[in-house]
Design a protein around this ligand. Structure first.
Ligand SMILES: *Cc1c(COP(=O)(O)O)cnc(C)c1O
Length: 397
């Protein structure tokens, strides 16, 4: 099928929920993807922060291939080694004691919401069900995680939402404190608001929330679906913030491109789930777990975490330099390889112009360009991105 036919048939047969860019991707290698005509694009979207080690990483391909030959799927009625090993690895490298596996970010957050409610109800009684989340947050599209998402435009037309969520502005500790009630079971937030425009937490904001949670016996849930797996320079973003959550969710980069999500928790919280309380048919299947084990191995023992951290510093420097030279850039900000440029103009036309120059980027919140390339991006590739950005933005200055 030629690209135009694919695009027409997508419009004909696939539900119309995405605003797609005019590019049909056929294959990928490292930080590059190719269309059917063999044109090469530098991929700084990377599946929206999913392809953490790039496309077709030979070790991941090998791990998936080997596991596919052996066993793709069984049921959680039985034990499998890859699931056990992955849980052990995640526990060893995080605050958590226990893991629940699922297949996506929204499912990981559903698990976190259910776990927090069940723990709070068991500990404090049936009225303790409220979860405080942030305006401009993003937690997913299924009904409970959509209800947790503090963006009315995404919730429009899907009511009634799941009750028990309250929203406060990110980085406003006083409003958060004022919103707590005896019913508050948990505070749920992204340590960095990614879809919300790459918004970093103010100094000590998260520490103050942690203290408040300890004082009031409220659970702290970190949605690290986008910030986790080395994206911000450490395996998890919370490591750089001097505190630990009680529950953390992961997905996106976790499987290096293979769908997998996870909800991690301390023992005392995780013990609220017992047999039959929560489940997933595909969750923790051997194929996805084998991919994820290889991702962790490459990050932790293969030096990719350090590589990503260095690349993040190089990109941040370049974007900061651009922001001093080009007046339509309001601010360059980010952590590791989750970087953003807030503009005084709309982001979408720049995304299209970069696409024409064969660099894939993404925009969010209307005027923030977001860069989430694979951790293996080279300085030369970052230079290519910076040159294209500089040209496109200078024209609009
Ligand atoms: C992408 C994302 C989600 C949703 O993940 P899906 O796999 O699309 O369900 C949830 N939270 C955050 C922070 C995300 O970036």
């Amino acid at each position: 099928m030629i690209a135009t036919e694919i695009q027409e048939n997508t419009a004909r047969y696939v539900m119309n929920t995405y605003t797609r860019l005019p590019l049909t991707i056929e294959r990928g290698q490292g930080c590059l993807v190719y269309d059917a005509e063999g044109r090469e694009y530098l991929d700084c979207v990377a599946g929206i922060a999913v392809n953490i080690l790039g496309h077709a990483h030979p070790d991941i391909v090998e791990a998936i291939t080997r596991q596919a030959r052996q066993l793709i799927h069984t049921s959680n009625l039985f034990y499998t080694e890859p699931q056990t090993q992955l849980a052990e690895q995640l526990v060893q490298h995080s605050f958590a004691d226990k893991v629940f596996f699922c297949n996506s970010g929204t499912e990981a957050n559903e698990a976190a919401i259910k776990l927090a409610r069940r723990h709070a109800i068991q500990s404090f009684g049936p009225q303790r069900i409220e979860i405080l989340t942030m305006l401009k947050s993003f937690h997913g599209r299924t009904l409970a995680s959509l209800s947790a998402t503090g963006q009315p435009v995404l919730q429009e037309g899907f009511g009634p939402l799941v009750p028990g969520f309250q929203y406060v502005p990110f980085n406003d500790f006083e409003k958060l404190e004022a919103a707590l009630t005896p019913k508050t079971a948990a505070i749920m937030l992204e340590p960095i608001q990614a879809e919300g425009g790459v918004v970093l937490p103010d100094t000590d904001y998260l520490k103050k929330i942690r203290n408040l949670c300890d004082e009031r016996k409220i659970l702290l849930i970190f949605d690290e679906v986008q910030t986790g797996m080395g994206r911000t320079g450490t395996l998890f973003a919370y490591e750089q913030m001097g505190i630990q959550p009680d529950i953390m969710t992961l997905a996106k980069g976790l499987g290096g491109g293979v769908p997998i999500g996870a909800c991690l928790a301390t023992e005392s919280v995780a013990s609220a789930f017992g047999p039959g309380t929560h489940a997933s048919t595909f969750g923790g299947n051997p194929l996805a777990c084998a991919a994820s084990l290889k991702v962790l191995d490459l990050l932790l023992d293969g030096g990719k975490l350090e590589e990503g951290r260095a690349a993040g510093e190089y990109l941040a420097q370049g974007l900061t330099a651009l922001s001093t030279q080009i007046s339509c850039i309001r601010e360059a900000r980010g952590m590791g390889l989750l970087q953003g440029l807030e503009l005084a103009i709309e982001g979408k036309p720049l995304v299209l112009e970069c696409l024409e120059r064969r660099v894939l980027i993404n925009s969010t919140m209307g005027n923030v360009l977001r860069f989430v390339p694979p951790l293996i991006i080279s300085n030369a590739q970052i230079d290519r991105l910076l040159t294209v950005l500089s040209d496109a933005l200078s024209k609009r200055n």
